[in-house]
Design a protein around this ligand. Structure first.
Ligand code: FES
Ligand SMILES: [Fe+2]
Length: 425
């Protein structure tokens, strides 16, 4: 349980709020590359409560500018993309991706004071099919060198999903491993599609249904929280999952490619009551299975909304709850997760919750988030803002989904894998 003050501190994301200032210290996804094809229309985007225009100039560079023209405020997302920038429809002022005003064509001499204009502009970087931006003060930190963002397109699937709730509660769902045994449980034997668990003869689906009371253990890392989830399955075997909360608003966990890859959910506030969940599925080994991609796509409308949503009660089917799925909401996990987190309320009232032992990862994540917010408030750089190239590597962001001997110490096991990953760098 939290106080109202603590809940407000962690969930408010607008400019000037302590939580919003923390989020602005890190690179954040602002759109999918596919939303902004070259020669395409600019996008009006809202992120962290700020209304902005995202456009691709005639050299292919992405620019993110304040949406209201510096002259008299007209919406730039209706503007013309030409001549090295975006041009306001009202009087033709032209802005480049850095917010410089290149032309004021209605003024004598093209505007003698146009250089005095510095329109709001945030730097962009495009990788892994996503356009990222940095909205904080000063020089942007190094772009985090996560392995999944360097993957080729046949090894990385990315999409975004509209959520009608605060970003934090949805990210808390990613670091809550117990819910896999309930919300996402299949009631029938389900072996197909899923390799998922190294060394297992059964699918992940079956394993999480066989032990619904896992052991949880958490450890702090320099970028967030490592979560060990251990499900003992027999006298000889246990199923170990290792997942992560990563500052400030993402998580990594074994998803549909567990065993040879992982998934990442990155929850980016639109405002305090809505967010985009950027979801990445990464396969380090073989190229992604078409079936996985098709299933993910089938959950979404072309405008990145869920087909199953609150308006249609997630198409819950009570008949299927008897024999097929625990939730009655189909086999796609995205709708399940959207349901549980959005139905907590636009901003979950954490003064009214009752945390238990299996919420320990959530408690740990809230603590480091709060500490990071205090760091910013007190003028310190928060953790995981990367300035040194030597710090910009993450062999210890090691997602595990393995069967291990029941007698094996899971931390030792994970550290051994980590040492192997370091040796490969
Ligand atoms: S309001 Fe945009 S050019 Fe005048
Ligand atoms: Fe989930």
């Amino acid at each position: 349980m939290m106080t109202q003050e603590e809940n407000t501190l962690l969930t408010r994301t607008g400019r000037g709020t302590p939580g919003g200032e923390l989020l602005r210290r890190y690179w954040q996804p602002v759109a999918l590359s596919e939303e902004l094809p070259s020669g395409g229309a600019p996008l009006n985007v809202k992120i962290l409560g700020e209304d902005l225009v995202l456009f691709r100039d005639d050299k292919g560079r992405a620019g993110l500018l304040g949406i209201h023209c510096s002259h008299r405020g007209t919406d730039l997302s209706y503007g013309r993309v030409e001549d090295g920038g975006i041009r306001c429809l009202y009087h033709g002022w032209l802005y480049d991706v850095e917010g410089r005003c290149l032309e004021q064509p209605g003024e004598p001499g093209g505007g003698e004071h146009r250089d005095a204009i510095r329109h709001l502009a945030y730097p962009c970087k495009e990788t892994g099919g996503v356009i990222f931006t940095y909205m904080g003060p000063g020089a942007p930190p190094l772009f985090p060198n996560y392995e999944f963002l360097n993957a080729s397109s046949d090894h990385l699937y990315v999409a975004k999903i509209f959520h009608e709730c605060n970003y934090l509660q949805a990210n808390e769902g990613n670091i809550d491993p117990v819910h896999l045994s309930f919300l996402h449980r299949f009631l029938e034997n389900r072996q197909e599609q899923y390799r998922g668990v190294r060394g297992a003869e059964e699918s992940h689906y079956n394993l999480v249904a066989r032990n619904i009371t896992p052991i949880l253990d958490v450890e702090l890392t320099d970028f967030g929280v490592r979560i060990y989830t251990v499900r003992k399955l027999s006298a000889e075997k246990a199923y170990l999952r290792v997942s992560y909360f990563i500052l400030p608003n993402l998580s990594a966990f074994p998803g549909q490619t567990g065993g040879e890859g992982y998934s990442v959910n990155w929850h980016v506030p639109i405002d305090d009551d809505h967010h985009w969940k950027y979801t990445f599925i990464y396969s380090a080994g073989t190229p992604l299975n078409e079936k996985i991609i098709n299933r993910e796509r089938s959950e979404l409308t072309p405008d990145y909304r869920l087909v199953r949503n609150e308006a249609n009660r997630y198409l819950q089917d009570r008949e299927s709850m008897k024999t097929k799925t625990y939730s009655g909401m189909g086999v796609g996990f995205q709708a399940h997760d959207a349901f549980v987190t959005s139905s907590q309320g636009a901003i979950q009232d954490r003064t009214d919750e009752h945390l238990v032992s299996s919420d320990k990862a959530i408690v740990a994540a809230r603590k480091i988030l709060e500490k990071a917010i205090r760091d910013v408030q007190e003028g310190r750089e928060p953790p995981h803002v990367i300035r040194e190239p030597s710090q910009n590597r993450f062999p210890h962001l090691l997602v595990v989904s393995d069967m291990i001997p029941d007698t094996q110490d899971w931390k030792e096991y994970t550290r051994k894998l980590e040492a192997e990953a370091r040796a490969k760098l």
